[in-house]
Design a protein. Structure first.
Length: 149
């Protein structure tokens, strides 16, 4: 009985792994991780022009960003919001701390805000949606740890 149960669990695990791989081709996953890396780089870029260029590459023209402190729509509004963040936290940077997990055009990833000294100031998780061209259409961010109860 025990061996039969293990075989059933193994078959289910193989099914779910191959199903999730079929939903997200490896090249698409790689592109999404690159998009997230560039998006985080925009949050760490002190030069306004370079920050705008990064946003142009990864953010949909009508994309919306929402977190506990703000809601902005459009590329310029996002660049301006990040500029304000940069003025309040000079030298800080945001890095992704996980690969993006995605399905059906939706994604999530975790991140950290690092101070000038490299120490963690904050962490959080972002949930998002891609447009048909693979650009970020929407991000909803949450601040704080995602540790279990």
């Amino acid at each position: 009985m025990h061996q039969k149960f293990i075989r059933v669990l193994s078959a289910l695990a193989i099914f779910f792994v191959t199903s999730s791989q079929a939903q997200q081709p490896m090249s698409s996953q790689s592109n999404l991780n690159e998009t997230i890396t560039m998006y985080c780089a925009a949050w760490s870029e002190p030069d306004a022009q370079r920050r705008q260029e990064l946003i142009e590459k990864v953010w949909a023209a009508t994309g919306a960003y929402t977190d506990p402190t703000a809601h902005v729509e459009g590329r310029k509004a996002l660049a301006d919001h990040i500029g304000g963040f940069m003025r309040r936290t000079p030298g800080a940077r945001i890095i992704a701390t996980s690969h993006a997990d995605s399905h059906h055009g939706m994604f999530r990833f975790t991140w950290k805000l690092l101070g000038v000294d490299g120490k963690t100031i904050s962490e959080g998780i972002d949930f998002g949606k891609l447009d048909a061209g693979g650009r970020i259409q929407e991000i909803v961010g949450f601040f704080g740890s995602t540790k279990p109860l």
